[in-house]
Design a binder for this molecule. Structure first.
Ligand SMILES: [Cu+2]
Length: 306
């Protein structure tokens, strides 16, 4: 289902860090069937089409190419002539392991020029087919364009490796891409059932409570409140230039959705905005990363998009 029109609806979001509560307001649009990988890279604030998410008032129709606004699901390994290539189709289980890859341009040449996004030139995600094992890494690039993601130990099974980037030269300059490839980790693979849909979850002593009901095909705000010992958290620290980082994967195909809040800090309060692309109905596993006391926390929650 197309949901281009929902983009403009997804624009009133607020992230309020008030004295009493931390509210992450997410706007969940449904563009997962769309065709523009940039739509899934909403955190790429340098991209014009993503600028709406950085705008307080996004009522303007700033998507000149609405027809392309589909398919941000990241399941393909190529787009617009660019390609994610890797020699690593099988990785060993049970120990830290590197995953090597290269991004090639339409000429087949390795791309070495990438734009900074959220302080990084490459964002990398690993997820097992049952949506366990989430890893969010920032790989290092060799001078020849070969990236190496230093993966933590992988459980046996089928994995999907996502690269999210924006070339800084060539025909892809200014575009946001998300691509993925699968990797097999040999061994006895036990499938973990997706945890039930819930409106709260806990991590490291923090409780995250979600309110709002995302609906595929429409924009729905989703608020996440972070508390500890019953009290609202007020000591969120910046992580990748923002106060929270949200990634989501769709059950079944591991389609990708990515949200970064846009932050504007004021006296005693911050406002973060999210824009999500949950285009496919079904259950999504959300991974919300935030930082306090110098430590990164990753909470997970199953959300249903009807
Ligand atoms: Cu990242």
């Amino acid at each position: 289902m197309m949901s281009i029109t929902t983009r403009s609806l997804a624009r009133s979001r607020a992230f309020a860090v008030s004295g009493s509560a931390v509210i992450l307001a997410l706007a969940l649009a449904a563009c997962g069937s769309s065709d523009d990988p940039s739509m899934s890279g909403m955190h790429h604030g340098h991209k014009p089409s993503a600028s709406a998410s950085a705008s307080q008032d996004s009522s303007t129709g700033d998507m000149p190419d609405m027809a392309r606004a589909a398919d941000g699901n990241g399941l393909a390994d190529n787009k617009d002539g660019y390609r994610l290539a890797s020699p690593d189709t099988t990785l060993k289980a049970g120990k830290p392991t590197p995953y090597r890859f290269v991004i090639t341009d339409p000429d087949g040449t390795a791309v070495t020029d990438f734009a900074l996004d959220q302080t990084k030139r490459m964002h990398f995600y690993a997820i097992r087919s049952d949506l366990t094992g989430f890893q969010h890494l920032h790989p290092a690039m060799a001078s020849d364009g070969t990236w190496t993601a230093a993966l933590a130990s992988l459980a046996p099974g089928s994995w999907r490796m996502f690269a999210s980037f924006s070339p800084d030269s060539g025909s892809g300059k200014g575009k946001d891409f998300v691509m993925s490839r699968t990797v097999t980790v040999p061994g006895a693979a036990a499938r973990t059932p997706l945890p039930a849909v819930a409106d709260s979850t806990q991590v490291d002593g923090y409780t995250l409570t979600v309110s709002g009901q995302p609906t595929a095909g429409t924009a729905q705000p989703l608020a996440v409140r972070i508390t500890k010992d019953g009290k609202a958290v007020t000591d969120l620290q910046p992580y990748l230039d923002t106060y929270a980082h949200l990634t989501a994967f769709h059950e079944g195909d591991a389609a990708f959705a990515h949200l970064h809040p846009t932050t504007s800090s004021g006296k005693g309060s911050s406002t973060l905005s999210f824009h999500a692309e949950l285009g496919t109905p079904g259950d999504w596993r959300l991974f919300l990363q935030f930082r306090t006391g110098g430590k990164l926390h990753t909470a997970a929650l199953t959300l249903h998009a009807g």
